[in-house]
Ligand binder design. Sequence first.
Ligand code: ATP
Length: 250
Amino acid sequence: MTGRPLLEIRHLSKNFGGLVATSDVSLEVRPGETLALIGPNGAGKTTLIAQLQGELRPSSGAILFRGRDITHMPPQRRASLGLARSFQITAVLPDFTALENVRLAVQARSGHSFRFWRSAAGDASLDGPAGEALDQVGLGARRATRADALSHGEQRQLELAIALAMKPALLLLDEPMAGIGRQDAAAMTALLRNLKRSYSIVLVEHDMNAVFALADRVAVLVAGAVIAVGAPDAVRADPAVRAAYLGHTS
Ligand SMILES: Nc1ncnc2c1ncn2[C@@H]1O[C@H](COP(=O)(O)OP(=O)(O)OP(=O)(O)O)[C@@H](O)[C@H]1O
């Protein structure tokens, strides 16, 4: 693939006191690609995603998005540039319908957040884009259902719809399969397989079936550092990876 990377991570480190959570990480995400981040518990995956989204400030290093240095930019500005994170951070409002939940995201995207509460339920012009996002995740028929009446798997789909409503250029997905059953995980994998044709994605996931079904490249983090990055089959066969990580599961 040629051209400028969509996302460039340069020598990114994050310390919590004496603990090095992210250690000199350099990675890039190319336009249209799905990059999976894998690694054992505590490897630094969520810490890395949080730095990309802006919730955590790096100790050193830089993050460039579409060639622009976003290292010190607040999350909201990153979102408006097209960087959207889903899962573990998104707040689904339980007593709002699926459609209302997505509407709020569309509203935020279109810069109307100051009217957030007043127009949340009333602005019909937002229904089109919000409904589209629900259709994209297969929740179109559940648009009028309150979020707290959705199944666990459907709530995950709703969180994804909320991220998609931001019209992101890059989706940061933090463990989309966490806590859902085998059947829902298969459905979510199929859904993400479809979405990956239209979006660039950074995927943190422990479910190796999902990772190897979805990733164009896989980066392996161990103790905060990238020990391997490459095509899924090459990474799977890498002796260092097998020793450090995959060896435990095969
Ligand atoms: N706010 C924090 N303060 C102190 N230490 C932290 C903080 N957040 C994370 N850590 C530590 O940083 C390291 C990396 O954690 P992180 O959650 O990023 O790993 P992970 O790869 O996402 O793990 P998991 O797969 O279990 O979610 C861990 O040792 C963790 O205890």
